[in-house]
Ligand binder design. Structure first.
Ligand SMILES: Nc1nc2c(ncn2[C@@H]2O[C@H](COP(=O)(O)OP(=O)(O)OP(=O)(O)O)[C@@H](O)[C@H]2O)c(=O)[nH]1
Ligand SMILES: [Mg+2]
Length: 263
């Protein structure tokens, strides 16, 4: 286990947002640990640290449950990319992105990049279902708990298992078409006052993934890593600050007694 007390300072921050149960945590587990494993509904937030070449990228997982809504804008602060995640079998989870989550991104960087991700594609698309995840281990990753959130004495509530039909492999009805995601992407650009012509194209920024099979998961994260590199270089030029901090400085943040939040 790496010595987190000397953890390198992240060069850039990505955040996963979206309704509960869409698969945000599972996508991170799939990419960072190459596994699809049982999850419990996220409480507060947590981040993984991914080394990408000489750069350190923090990827924040957040809670989709309504009661953690207020934390979203804190996690989005300074984000260079936001991954807006929905479930392709659940139309409401796409609608929630515009109704509940988009405004949280107001605290992100002005040049923040947006990806729209329709997860659970294995439930509706045989190609996604048959995809073979690469199980090459991810070189360098650290999962950290976010100590700043209020510890919640909530019982860890297991999320409902993926729909039983997925166990039988029968395809579910796809409720969200790729075109719906592309249309949402255009509305997000307009909400941000961005010109579609000078922005990254929707076709490149709308993904359908399966955390279960690994379909498109590497492509999602690694496309974003490459797209945020210019903002890392810009920040490094601006700051010329040392790339490392001693986490002991952070220990001063008063930690409440009791169970710290984790995901
Ligand atoms: N079939 C299928 N099930 C998935 C996929 N991704 C996640 N799941 C299942 O969906 C449920 C919720 O997954 P999570 O990763 O916990 O969802 P989340 O978005 O992190 O939820 P919150 O933490 O509550 O916001 C779990 O039962 C997962 O096993 C997927 O790609 N395909
Ligand atoms: Mg989660």
């Amino acid at each position: 286990m790496p010595d987190v007390s000397k953890m390198k300072k992240p060069d850039v921050k990505l955040v996963l947002l979206g309704d509960m149960n869409v698969g945000k945590t599972s996508l991170l587990h799939r990419y960072m640990e190459r596994k699809f494993k049982e999850t419990v509904s996220t409480v507060g937030g947590a981040f993984f640290l991914k080394q990408w070449g000489p750069y350190n990228i923090s990827i924040w997982d957040t809670a989709g449950r309504e009661q953690f809504h207020g934390l979203g804008s804190m996690y989005c602060r300074g984000a260079a990319a936001v991954i807006l995640t929905y479930d392709v079998t659940n139309w409401q989870s796409l609608a929630e992105l515009e109704e509940r989550f988009l405004s949280l991104t107001d605290t992100a960087n002005h040049d923040c990049i947006f990806a729209i991700v329709g997860n659970k594609a294995d439930l509706t698309d045989s190609k996604a279902q048959l995809s073979q995840a690469s199980d090459k281990p991810s070189e360098d990753q650290t999962e950290c708990e976010d100590e700043r959130t209020e510890p919640q004495e909530l019982p860890a509530c297991p999320t409902p298992p993926a729909s039983p039909t997925s166990l039988s492999g029968v395809m579910l009805h796809k409720q969200v078409a790729h075109e719906d995601a592309i249309a949402l992407y255009g509305r997000i650009l307009r909400y941000k006052g961005l010109d579609e012509k000078s922005s990254l194209p929707a076709e490149k920024m709308c993904f359908e993934t399966s955390a279960k099979t690994g379909y498109n998961v590497d492509a999602l994260f690694e496309t974003l890593f490459d797209l945020v590199l210019p903002s890392i270089l810009r920040k490094r030029n601006e700051n010329q600050e040392s790339p490392t901090v001693d986490l002991e400085d952070y220990r001063g943040v008063n930690r409440k007694k009791g169970k710290s939040a984790c995901c």
